[in-house]
Design a protein. Structure first.
Length: 157
């Protein structure tokens, strides 16, 4: 028996561009960069928008929202590891692979990182190349650098 799930979606204008936020009744399911405009809001989306606004205004260091991420077990493990990266810090794809006891999985970690459905809150922007270089980001390398700069400026306050 399949349970019908209601989904809600709204957009959020940040200083760095527009995001689409999607939720179910119980959890945030997706935050992605978009030009698409749709409005079917829910209190969770309103709460998410408020927390994102606080983050972009240097008033929030962590998010307190229920999230639900659909993916493979490996992807979910990578995304969980992303959530353990301290605010304002970066780690390499390889270090996440090592954390997951799969030393040769740096590329697979990168692929899972690229499939992260909940941008910003699940901080895939904090993952960099082993040599310290900024690598792919759904919002572009410039946005990745801006987010890292924002966080660095917040921890130095």
């Amino acid at each position: 028996m399949r349970i019908q799930t209601n989904y809600y979606q709204d957009t959020f204008e940040s200083p760095f561009g527009k995001f689409s936020i999607r939720s179910s009744e119980h959890a945030i399911e997706e935050i992605k960069f978009t030009d698409f405009q749709q409005k079917r809001t829910h209190p969770l989306i309103d709460q998410c928008k408020k927390q994102l606004e606080e983050y972009f205004n240097s008033q929030r260091f962590e998010f307190d929202l229920p999230i639900n991420m659909n993916g493979t077990p490996f992807q979910k493990n990578v995304w969980k590891a992303l959530c353990s990266i301290p605010f304002g810090h970066t780690v390499s794809y390889q270090s996440i692979a090592i954390q997951l006891n799969n030393h040769t999985a740096a590329r697979a970690v990168g692929a899972a990182n690229g499939q992260n459905p909940i941008a910003i809150i699940v901080p895939c922007h904090r993952v960099i190349g082993k040599n310290g270089s900024l690598t792919g980001y759904a919002g572009g390398i410039q946005l990745k650098q801006q987010l890292l700069n924002l966080e660095q400026s917040m921890i130095s306050l």
